[in-house]
Design a protein around this ligand. Structure first.
Ligand code: SF4
Ligand code: ZN
Ligand code: ZN
Length: 319
């Protein structure tokens, strides 16, 4: 069967949400085009801006690396890889491979770790929490620390934007989690025009937010990337709300292709209508944590990170 777009090459991929059968070239062009459209629609990255790419070594991050290196000046891109320190995950061989792919695209690369930044690996944080019988999800430590490290590097390097590899599936999970928790402030922050709540934050953009997870996997595969297929062990051993939503949404998309895209497009439209009104009522600047000096939530004096490390009793470097 021929490709529905070029009509020349053999189709080898079926895109359920459009009903199209595509050849490899047209599929890859389709992904680059949709990323560009999203960036242009919301003016997310200007041509002269310096962008820090968060590259973990998973399929999404390689797709981000490849697409961004095709549509942005590679001299203005820097890739950052963070080793969380999870047993059986983030092995050294993965880091060598990431280095090679980043270098091949002419992009500068920085590798760091939770250990280097804060003094402890993720496993050590989790062990400390367990030893005090505190039921804190590893993903809570991991998410907070990763955001901190990325922002700190972006700030120190004078980057204009941070681009993360969140795909459509991730983004819909985040949107629904914020709706389920009734957290309007976090919900509007998922919108591309969401507010930057502190001058200490470098603005985050998600170029792949309209690309399905399966599409990033196929794109990475077609690009010749060998990516880390082992999932983080904490995904299955400690299921979080996100992991549960991921499964529900996977089933929904199978029954009704295009659902995730429709959910996100609808939420974007609705939020786009109210975002300025909501932002008007927010303070211009978040308060700073009295312990570490980083921005913290509106009603807090001590940030979530400092609160957690105080609870588990680790003498973590606070930067
Ligand atoms: Fe971190 Fe949780 Fe993702 Fe594992 S599943 S890498 S602990 S956020
Ligand atoms: Zn084609
Ligand atoms: Zn703090």
């Amino acid at each position: 069967m021929k490709c529905d777009v070029c009509g020349v090459r053999k189709a080898n991929i079926y895109q359920p949400h459009t009903g199209l059968r595509l050849c490899k070239e047209c599929f890859m062009r389709n992904i680059v085009k949709r990323v560009k459209e999203e960036l242009i629609k919301y003016k997310l990255i200007k041509p002269n801006e310096k962008v820090l790419l968060a590259i973990s070594g998973g399929k999404d991050s390689f797709t981000l690396l490849d697409v961004m290196s095709k549509i942005h000046d590679t001299e203005k891109l820097v890739a950052l890889t963070i080793i969380e320190g999870i047993h059986g995950y983030n092995r050294e061989s993965e880091v060598c491979r990431i280095k090679k792919y980043v270098r091949e695209r002419g992009v500068d690369h920085i590798v760091t770790s939770f250990k280097e930044y804060s003094g402890y690996t993720l496993d050590e944080y989790v062990k400390a929490a367990d030893s005090k019988s505190l039921r804190i999800s590893p993903c809570t430590f991991c998410g907070i620390l990763r955001r901190r490290v990325i922002n700190a590097y972006a700030r120190e390097l004078g980057m204009d934007k941070v681009a993360t590899a969140h795909n459509l599936d991730d983004e819909v999970q985040t949107v629904l989690m914020n709706i389920l928790r009734g957290d309007l402030i976090r919900l509007i922050q998922t919108h591309p025009k969401g507010p930057k709540l502190s001058k200490h934050f470098v603005r985050k953009v998600k170029p792949l937010r309209k690309i399905y997870e399966w599409e990033t996997a196929v794109y990475a595969y077609f690009s010749g990337f060998e990516f880390q297929e082992t999932e983080c062990p904490f995904i299955t051993t400690r299921p979080s709300l996100r992991a549960k939503l991921r499964e529900y949404l996977y089933t929904l998309e199978k029954v009704s292709p295009g659902s995730l895209l429709n959910i996100l497009n609808t939420i974007d439209e609705l939020l786009g209508e109210v975002i300025n009104d909501v932002v008007k009522h927010l303070p211009k600047e978040l308060p700073l944590c009295i312990k570490c000096g980083e921005p913290t939530a509106l009603n807090r004096k001590v940030c979530k990170f400092c609160e957690l490390i105080d609870m588990i009793g680790l003498d973590t470097k606070r930067r």
